[in-house]
Ligand binder design. Structure first.
Ligand code: NAD
Length: 263
């Protein structure tokens, strides 16, 4: 099934790496103009931007907004609307992790994770919806997590934020239910990205095992398939959610988790 997003434009937050980059690539491949966002060495980010534009023949921009700041989330959307003349697809993906028992959880990490993994999506959606409603079409896709559906120890802020993001997804879906704007969440299990590599490295050190053994243990603990999901698979689902076939998918929390939440 070929999904054509030519003429549409998208913002993908946190797309200089990992899942966000996979989603940005998939949207660009389907023909959408894409505004990347996220941190990185300026030269590396510019190579990424130019590479995507050349590979897929679409307009690709980068915006450096720090989405832990509410005003920058709103500015990202306003600048994308200005640059493309429209914003049709908003993918809220930027996220960070911190692992600690709740009574030792640093307050500043709680605040940082809630600000980025939850509140930034409220701010971008709030800014993007009026234009989508006016133009009569839109797609909001929130990258939540298996941790939006179930919990794990030592991830209080992350689990709280991702559960909250699924709640936000449902509210936005209801408020837009009579329009051609939809809002859904994707809930990945383990995907091998820098965010997860840090957890694998910590596990290897803690349990005094090799990195490949740590990877095996991480998967064995949660993911029945024993295989990582990939940014490409998440990107393909995001593109499907942008298609007309998905027009009546609203407020769903869609798992790509190797069976994690089936248990
Ligand atoms: P990653 O670390 O590879 O990428 C995170 C991206 O967010 C980067 O582009 C980074 O520059 C950007 N970012 C970080 N702080 C930012 C800020 N303040 N403002 C703007 N951008 C910022 O991580 P990932 O694994 O690709 O995670 C992407 C999303 O997927 C996150 O929301 C994460 O919670 C979610 N997720 C990941 C997994 C997994 O296994 N990797 C599983 C479930 C959900």
């Amino acid at each position: 099934m070929k999904i054509d997003l030519k003429g549409k434009s998208a913002v993908v937050t946190g797309s200089t790496s990992g899942i966000g980059l996979g989603v940005a690539r998939a949207l660009a491949e389907a023909g959408a103009g894409v505004m990347l966002n996220g941190f990185g060495e300026p030269g590396v980010v510019e190579d990424l931007r130019r590479g995507l534009a050349a590979e897929f023949g679409v307009e690709v921009l980068h915006h450096p907004a720090d989405l832990s700041r509410p005003e920058e989330s709103a500015r990202l959307v306003a600048d994308a609307e200005k640059a493309f003349g429209r914003l049709d697809i908003l993918v809220n993906n930027a996220g960070v992790q911190h692992v600690a028992p709740v009574e030792a959880f640093p307050v500043e990490q709680w605040d940082r994770i809630l600000a980025l993994n939850l509140s930034s999506s409220f701010h971008t959606i709030r800014a993007a919806l009026p234009g989508m409603r006016r133009r009569g079409w839109g797609r909001v896709i929130n990258v939540a997590s298996a941790h939006g559906l179930v919990a794990s120890v030592e991830k209080a802020a992350y689990v709280a934020a991702k559960h909250g993001l699924i709640g936000l997804t449902k509210v936005v879906a209801l408020e837009t239910a009579r329009t051609a704007v939809t809002c859904n969440a994707i809930c990945p299990g383990w995907v091998l990205t820098p965010l997860v590599q840090r957890q694998i490295d910590a596990l290897a050190e803690r349990e005094a095992v090799s990195v490949s053994e740590a990877k095996r243990r991480l998967l064995a603990d949660k993911q029945p398939s024993q295989e990582f999901a990939t940014p490409e698979q998440i990107g393909a689902l995001a593109v499907f959610l942008c298609s007309e076939s998905a027009a009546q998918m609203r407020g769903a929390a869609l798992s790509i988790d190797g069976g994690w939440t089936a248990q």
